[in-house]
Design a protein around this ligand. Sequence first.
Ligand code: MG
Length: 159
Amino acid sequence: MSVRSGIGYDSHRLVARRRLILGGVELDSELGLDGHSDADALCHAVTDALLGAAGLGDIGEHFPDSDDRYRDADSIELLRDAVAMVRAAGYEPVNVDATVVLERPKLGAARAAMRERLAQAIGIESGDVNVKASTGEGIGFVGRREGVAVVAIATLRDA
Ligand code: MG
């Protein structure tokens, strides 16, 4: 069996009057993520990790933010589309792990819902999707609450 891994990284700016959606789950927050799509940095990092593992380039190549079709796009749908490309290339997702770096709010109970939504979009069990949380400890753009960063890794096997 051949196993392949890919990494993903994404960050988005935190601004007023935007929703904070991570892993397809809306969090209660006075600041939300700015971007062309729904700016779901967790979905974007996971999507890039899966595309990377399959050798299929990156999210910007497949879903360019210059394309009006992706304005306010639901990033769970983009993830679903990317997984279809991964499967068409002959690979099967095995597991995904991610770390969301944000100062607040705490992900808390939303983490289970994020795992569930991501797992459904990828077509694996929620036990095969892990979401961790970390903070900026008050330093850097995360610590100053200017933005959110996410790193992810995905593993694929031959279908
Ligand atoms: Mg993004």
